[in-house]
Structures are given as C-alpha cells and as structure tokens.
Design a protein around this ligand. Sequence first.
Ligand code: SF4
Length: 258
Amino acid sequence: MPPAQQAALFPDAVSRPGPTLLFRDLQDLQDRLLTWWGGPPQPREVWDPLTQLIYSLCSSRTKDAESQATIRALRDRFGGWPTGPNSWDEVRWERLRDASIPEIEDTLRLATFPDRKAVQLKQTLERITERAGTLSLAFLGKYRTDKVRAWIEELPGAGVKASAAVVNFSSLRRRAIAIDGHHQRIAIRLGVVPANATARQVEAALVPLAPADWTAVTMDEHHTLVKKLGQRVCTLREAHCNRCPLREVCVTGSAARP
Ligand code: SF4
C-alpha cells in the first residue's frame, strides 16, 4: 500500500508501517485460490436488494446453513417470495415489517441473538418505509454506489459489511468487497492491514488491489473463495499454513516454520 494511503487509513500505525506485501494484486491471490479450489465457486443466487439486506442482518455471527434456513423460514412465514419468475424480482416484505416482535423472533430462532435481531429487523423495515415512502430498495439502483452504501449504513444494525453485501451480492451488482470475519483475519495475516484494522479499513485497503477489469461478480467470487479459506484453512483457532495455497505470498505463512 502506498505510504500516503496507509497514513490516511491508519493514522495510528504510521510510526509502525506494515510489512511489504508479498503479492502483486488480488489477481495473484485469486489465481492461487482458483487453482486450489479447482475453479470458481457456485454462482450465487442473486436476490433483490431488500431481501439481501434482510439476509445480511439475520446472518451476522451465524453459520451459512442456519442463515439459509432462516431466510427460508422468513419467506415461508411472511410470504417473502419473489413476485416474478426470477430470484431477483421484487419481494414484498410488508407482512414481516408488520408482524409482532415475538413472531419475528420465533422465526429467527436458528440465527444467533434472535431477540435482538427481531427488534432490529422490524425497526429497519419501518425506517426504510419512512425514508423511501414504501418498503422497497429498488430506487437505490438509480444512485451512485457510495450514495447507496451511505443510505444503507444509516439503517439500524447495517454497517459496512451489510452495505457491501447489498451492493455487491444483490441485483444491484456493484463493485465492493464484503469483509466478514474470515476476510478481515486473512487480510491481517497476509500483512495487508495492521492487526487492529476495522472491516472498513480492510475493504479500503483491498479494493485498490483489485484489477480495474474486475467486475462485481469477480469481487463476489473473491469474497467467497477467501471466506472458504477462512472456514477451512486459515481458521480463527489456527492458521494451517502448511497446507495453505497463499503461503508463499503471506507475511504470516512465510514466517511460520515449515
Ligand atoms: S499462509 Fe497461514 S496465515 Fe497466511 S493465509 Fe494461509 S493459513 Fe492464513
């Protein structure tokens, strides 16, 4: 990372500049991950922005299988299925917005913190209705990406990861990298950011390393490949550097004993 960019992102770390990166750009990482996993991940089922936001809010600190089961339970109980033939067609979530907190909490029981998430979800849907005049995020398609993200981050419980997921994973399909806990940990271990970097700082450091011709779909694939690495190789409990495809280009891995 250029010194000026590092100083802007990490003012407290200027006196302790991070190590030099061992990889050229994210394409370098992507090539290694694609070879290791044997190709790109399964294409994502793309949803409308509001459904993606609901999923992102419910899925924080929750395993993928439980998150998928939770969104299915919400769809079944509150009629949240697409109104057209495609998964990204608009979904009407008014029944979820108007449901009681106990009903929502009961439907979220597979997710972590269902009590807290039920309150937050209802508040979020009510807030969207107040601000947009209707319960829909379709109008965001007319905005620039930074404006869309700022709009989403003003909603209850929606931070930088949720805003990146909405713009990148949903039918908006804009360039952004959603930084979950796995991605954050791996970026730190790779030497991209200092150990105390936030998700926003990690994304700000990684996006300039993405080749200019990377599309939103490429960034989505990169997110998924890195997440899989974090789930199975570079885990929270242990970094299994000896069997990691990024070892040669990783500051932590290259310093570890063989
Ligand atoms: S080499 Fe080790 S620390 Fe680096 S990404 Fe791989 S498992 Fe994580």
